[in-house]
Design a protein around this ligand. Structure first.
Ligand code: ADP
Length: 393
């Protein structure tokens, strides 16, 4: 069984084709960037080397056509799997039929950077690959069984009920991957674990014996720890103050929260942590404060999740930042000795994926993980396909 996994961004597309019965071998991989711009880019891995070419992709349709034309002709595609983000009243692993697409559309306003491009791309796949099942694994699924005290907001109950407003949580594929990975690594299924998925978009999850019991993102992806250009937790009355007293329109505030905040907004330098860290090292005070605020937010959640879990065995770091930034890990874990968290600075600086970077004798083990969201989605899609229908998890 061959499963094509596609990650869709507003101007990008990434793909991997897995041969599931052949050791989950990656048959083909690549992607498109700058979709919609005058000049787009298409890249793919060929015999271990990345090759790229300039193309014109006015929409995702042309990028998808190019990708399909580059898949090895002798290989079939049994299904296309997507790491879909959000849908009203729907989660788990689903065949992407009209009902599920309508449920995604109903949450376009709470996932504006994610749902519209996914919907557009899924419709193009339907047109270009008729008869091939399209399966979505929702990023909310891993958090679907959080206890009510973690998932409910203190708004009037009628609003929660009528409008499905509660904490959903995201990055489920990555948190699930790190949870399973840590259980296998330690040989324990009863771990109290805090999973830190830190990329352009990031969240932390408290996991008790494999189950998500709390997570930092909510109804939307606009809360929790700081993001590259999106807001973290803020006082909701800042919004009313900006509109009622500071002359901004509600639309301007929305755009500010979605695209001009986070590391970019605080530092004024970049939405890429590498640039912000570099500026901080060169003496830029705003950039240094942005990194400090970012890591302080992570530290606060680690402390509160240790309390929520009633103990702590493992912390995992994954995603572009979690995997690569020794500075972020060091600052976020500094002073957490009271929870039994002892980082080894040397191991931290030289960490590779899979490493334990805790000091000998640390009660809590700290792992850097090469999280693999695509394989999680591929396995779920394969399971649904073998079972011959939609399933809810
Ligand atoms: P996304 O959330 O978009 O999938 P990634 O998980 O790939 O992104 O994370 C991207 C982010 O990782 C970049 O914005 C960059 O800030 C950060 N990053 C990548 N490499 C490093 C590094 N060596 N040091 C610090 N940050 C890094």
């Amino acid at each position: 069984m061959n499963i094509l996994i596609c990650n869709v961004g507003s101007t990008s597309l990434k793909y991997q084709l897995f041969a599931m019965e052949d050791g989950e071998r990656v048959i083909a991989a690549g992607g498109a960037e700058r979709v919609g711009a005058a000049k787009s880019l298409f890249y793919r891995t060929e015999e271990g080397k990345k090759v790229q070419e300039e193309c014109v992709f006015p929409t995702h349709r042309e990028a998808i056509q190019k990708m399909l034309s580059c898949l090895p002709a002798e290989e079939t595609v049994d299904c296309v799997g997507f790491k879909v983000v959000h849908a009203k009243g729907v989660t788990g692993v689903q065949e992407l039929n009209d009902g599920v697409l309508a449920a995604m559309e109903a949450f376009n306003s709470v996932a504006p950077a994610h749902n519209p491009p996914y919907l557009a791309a899924i419709r193009q796949f339907r047109a270009l690959m008729p008869g091939v099942p399209l399966i979505g694994s929702f990023e909310t699924a891993f958090h679907a069984n959080m206890p009510p005290e973690a998932s409910l907001y203190s708004i009037p109950w009628e609003l929660t009920e009528r409008h499905a407003i509660h904490r959903y949580g995201f990055h489920g594929a990555s948190h699930e991957y790190m949870t399973t990975w840590a259980a296998e690594k330690t040989g324990r299924s009863d771990l109290k674990l805090i999973s830190c998925h830190l990329g352009g978009s990031g969240s932390l999850t408290a996991v008790d014996s494999g189950r998500s019991i709390d997570t930092t993102m909510g109804l939307s992806l606009q809360c929790g720890v700081m993001q590259n250009n999106r807001i973290a937790d803020i006082d909701p009355y800042i919004i009313f103050y900006l509109v009622e007293e500071c002359g901004m329109t509600l639309e301007e505030v929305k755009v500010m929260l979605q695209t001009k905040s986070g590391l970019l907004g605080m530092s004024g330098v970049s939405n890429d942590l590498r640039d912000v860290e570099e500026a901080a090292a060169a003496g830029n005070e705003r950039a240094a404060n942005a990194v400090r605020a970012y890591t302080y937010g992570i530290k606060k959640y680690i402390g509160s999740y240790a309390a929520a879990l009633g103990g702590l065995d493992v912390i995992t770091f994954g995603g572009g930042i979690g995997r690569n930034s020794a500075t972020v890990r060091e600052q976020a874990l500094a002073g957490l000795g009271i929870f039994g968290v002892e980082l080894d600075p040397e191991k931290n600086r030289n960490a590779k994926g899979g490493d334990d970077i805790s000091r000998g004798g640390s009660r809590v083990r700290i792992f850097v993980v090469d999280t693999n969201e695509e394989i999680v989605v591929a396995r779920k899609a394969a399971k649904l396909l073998r079972a011959g229908g939609a399933c809810h998890e």
